[in-house]
Design a protein around this ligand. Structure first.
Ligand code: NDP
Length: 338
């Protein structure tokens, strides 16, 4: 078994010594445990928060991963042997496998059986994965998007954002859907998913271009980025509008940009609500089924919804770090190869 361990919790950029790879004997299975061979690993910006140095466990939404502990990650793999009454040898499952080639897990670490969709490499992590459930929660539960709304989505070319764009446009039939993404190529891709416009936040004219794309302001804002993107969007949120804060990736590596326009929340009576996909855990399976129906009905783009990176075990951290350089379109999936 090769397994990545958190070596030193980072306070800013992840360093070479943040993680270490260990080779260990595979432990013998105990009752209620399964041995899984990892096939695909989910790459999530949240993992950066889980390993943050000196994070306060009382304020964290999940238990932090401390130095000396195995890196936490969800993934899809095949059960090679089982001493569980719930899961059988040969089943392909989605669960918390970590960054390891083989892993022995308690049966509770398995969330559900893996799901396949034609045209998708790892639907359990992408089109029908946690990111899809998050986008659903944001668009429907938190923002309550309606056909009369103009919906703005940042991080629009990412896994959550690209799903949110499609739900807002194709399911809600929102009047106008505008994305924010990094670079012209990603913006054109977001428009190909159905957005009426997508604005490049790396362009020097970002603020003016965003204003031009929102002539009637945004009723709803699905926020994935924070920092300067949020600051630029704040004066463009409609009076009594709502911001659903899903993530703030721009600050995860320690460089937190100030939000100077927060007074907009008062002058325009804006509601800001943070949310966590954990809070809809009891509806996870039902939401996945709903999205699967939309996918089968052609309402969700399946081809090209993932960036799959074949990766050797030694390079797992490198592939994960692509998230923070914007080197993905749709879901960034690590395909573990020999
Ligand atoms: P993405 O697929 O969106 O990947 C990350 C993207 O973020 C990159 O491709 C890049 O896109 C953008 N990005 C990276 N660094 C920066 C930066 N410094 N400034 C601005 N943009 C940056 O990841 P996910 O879809 O998995 O996650 C999106 C957001 O949703 C994250 O903030 C994440 O934490 C959050 N999230 C929250 C959940 C919840 O329960 N609340 C659950 C899942 C995710 P670009 O090239 O466009 O810059």
């Amino acid at each position: 078994q090769k397994i990545w361990i958190v070596n030193e919790n980072p306070s800013a950029e992840v360093q070479r010594n943040t993680f270490r790879l260990e080779t260990r004997p595979i432990p013998a299975l105990k009752d209620g445990e399964v041995l899984v061979q990892t096939e695909y690993i989910s790459n999530d910006p949240a993992q950066r928060g889980w390993i943050q140095k000196d994070s306060d466990p009382d304020r964290a939404y999940v238990k932090p991963v401390r130095a000396g502990e195995a890196m936490r990650a969800s993934g899809v793999g095949k059960i090679l042997s089982s001493k569980s009454t719930k899961w059988k040898e040969g089943q392909r499952v989605y669960g918390y496998l970590g960054w390891a080639d083989y892993v022995v897990l308690p049966e509770q670490a398995i969330v559900m059986e893996a799901i396949d969709l034609p045209g998708v490499t790892c639907a359990s992590l992408s089109t029908l994965g946690m990111v899809a459930v998050t986008a659903y929660q944001g668009i429907f539960d938190v923002l309550d998007c309606k056909p009369e709304h103009t919906v703005l989505v940042s991080g629009a070319a990412g896994a959550v954002g690209s799903a949110a764009i499609q739900y807002a446009k194709n399911i809600v039939n929102a009047k106008r859907v505008v994305g924010i993404a990094g670079g012209p190529e990603k913006c054109r891709w977001v428009e190909s998913l159905g957005a009426d416009a997508c604005v490049d936040y790396k362009d020097p004219n970002f603020a003016a271009n965003l204003k031009a794309a929102l002539p009637e302001y945004a009723d709803r804002y699905f926020e994935n980025v924070g920092g300067n993107v949020l600051n630029t969007a704040l004066p463009l949120i409609k009076r009594y509008g709502k911001i659903g804060v899903c993530g703030m990736i721009s600050g995860y590596n320690g460089k937190v940009e100030p939000i100077s326009r927060i007074f907009e929340v008062i002058s325009n009576r804006i509601t800001i609500q943070g949310f966590l996909v954990l809070d809809v855990a009891d509806r996870y399976g039902a939401i996945v089924q709903t999205v699967a129906r939309w996918a089968k009905a052609g309402k969700i783009q399946l081809n090209d919804s993932e960036t799959v990176v074949p990766t050797k075990i030694d390079d797992i951290p490198k592939t994960w770090q692509r998230l923070f350089r914007g080197e993905n379109r749709g879901k960034l999936v690590t395909q573990l190869v020999a």
